[in-house]
Design a protein around this ligand. Sequence first.
Ligand SMILES: [Zn+2]
Length: 224
Amino acid sequence: MDVRGYVESNAREFIDDLKQWLTIPSISADPARHGDVRHSAAWLAGHLRRAGFPLAEVWDTGGLPAVFAEWPAADPAAPVVLVYGHHDVQPAEPFEEWHSPPFEPVERDGRLLGRGASDDKGQVLIHSLGVRAALAASGAAAPPVTIKLIVEGEEESGSEHFAALLRRERERLACDVHVHRHARAAPGGGHADRAGPRPALRIVRRWRAEPPARDVRPAGRPAR
Ligand SMILES: [Zn+2]
């Protein structure tokens, strides 16, 4: 089975998993929802383990938890790819402007609607299906590159503890390429993956030093 065939035949299960995650109101800016942010992290780590990641952990940050996962390549000399994402979501008020409740995801006209679907839970979760599809297509037991995911829980509230986490875990986060899939998935929304050399820390910190990219970037204009 090729990659596309695998994705299509597993899409229903994937979407149902994503919908389950979207029901967790992981609003990092709302202290009343911090339990949900922790629940979201645990859910993601469990999902990634079920998807086959040999390692998926919830990392304490001193604030809200991040999730780290790693699927090593069979060849220890293979390049290491680090993917960034976040599992917290923005507040959903004002509720009256929603056509359906923000944490009760619905499918409409081929789109999945719910808080966090396109920022950033959908982008994070697609990696589990993508890796599985690639392995199914190749017949290999491990990916051709080592894949690491770092998924923080405070992006929507200022990433207060993220820089310190990167410093603390610098060795485990070391990579050859950093992929930043954090962008709006709206039709027409432009986005450029980011990639760079080691160390991840420098790349991520440079990116963090930029003004917030979400919701303010004109469609079609890639992030710099
Ligand atoms: Zn975001």
